[in-house]
Design a protein around this ligand. Sequence first.
Ligand code: BG6
Length: 509
Amino acid sequence: MTTEVANPLRDARDRRLPRIAGPCSMVIFGVTGDLARKKVMPAIYDLANRGLLPPNFALVGFARQEWADQDFAQIVHDSVKQHSRTPFHEEVWQQLSEGIRYVAGDFGDDAAFDQLAAVLGDLDSMRGTGGNHAFYFSIPPRFFPVVVKQLKRSGLSESPGKAWRRVVIEKPFGHDLKSAQELNAVVDEVFEPSSVFRIDHYLGKETVQNLLAIRFANNLFEPIWNNNFVDSVQITMAEDIGIGSRAGYYDGIGAARDVIQNHLLQLLALTAMEEPLSFDADYVRMEKEKVLRAVTLPKDLSTHTARGQYAPGWQGGVPVIGYLEEAGIPPTSTTETFAAIRVDIDNRRWAGVPFYLRTGKRLGRRVTEIAVIFKRAPHLPFSQTSVEELSHNAIVFRVQPDEGMTVRFGSKVPGTGMEIRDVNMDFQYGDSFTQSSPEAYERLILDVLLGDPPLFPRIEEVETSWRILDPILDHWAKNGKPDQYTSGGWGPKSAYDMMAADGRTWRRP
Ligand code: BG6
């Protein structure tokens, strides 16, 4: 029998109810960029379509182009039509478009920011946005200082009475620990830490949140979630695409800074962290930070890391060019498009369990998964031949595509003999639930407007992640070029060697 004891630390909100944002507006800096067009603006429409935005919501674009409100509304319209997840409804669009405004100007231009302040003031009085404004920085970090300074100068960073002002920051949050700290100092000088929302869109993915539900809402998994039972963990984020038109952003950044520092280390944190006291932001972030601080690097970084650059090959039946032939990439570039690292976690739960993280572009297929691989049974009362097809038990969280979870274990092959082979037990979102998963950006933008921060990494987590990655990046910088790997494959030979050194192999997802 369980006795319910009221726990004052427990999150008191009923998170089953749809949460609807109150009166507010969102200003997007960098509206002409890919991210705004493909993700942010469509997600705003999807939220409106789901009835989760207030009817008087306002969307303000800020960019250099000399557009009128209607021109910007047309851009939003086109991006919504092309990229939104939910169907287009004219009535929803009409209501949303009434709140669309545009301000033209340079980030250094005082008059443009004064005009932005006037537009937001008008929206407060005409549409009742209540002085609540979120500023979305969909811009390269080099522009943060000037935009933050302008928001302060024009009085936009200060909110009257109970109204709020929030900033939303996209990655990359720096390119190493030092630059991340500098960037943070700039933002911190003007905005309270609780008003800063750093987006790591992986945390907005339904399956990533489900990792917490599966771990902490069940009694089935947690007892075996430790070094008594787990042999190793493999976290893979594979992409089949190349860098596309992102040469300017990607070259010099590379796979480790682009996704290991943020997405993969966050997945590691959620897989390995202790149970938080509650799902209040402070407790979730505290546990993630604790486990990230316990991460240690292998002594020999040459053996236990690997990096590569995609060479020409075949993808989906068509020939594709290599990284060095991509438009805008210098032929001498040493930027890695594949990175694999081993880390350990120096605590009682995980001592001795390696965590292998890998990511790459132009790999065999697009898949992100977390595979928890178990030790073999301590004793097998079968003949050697009966179990030669049996591998390690595993629990695999498929973040995307085919969102779900697979449990792999051994089972007898039907027949008179005793032959044991791996079988899979599958949970697929699509089979168990009728509603489709929202896009990560829908969830995260709504959380910003609601002021609900658990899914946004704190600066301490960002800094700790750079502390983990910096020595690896320094090591690579001193050690020549990345290895080449054929597009459409699973990465360079060094990645296989790295696992072989530990007597293990990568899963083929
Ligand atoms: C971004 C990276 O954060 O994530 C991109 O900058 C990458 O390089 C993208 O392609 C992948 O996101 P998703 O949601 O498609 O896995």
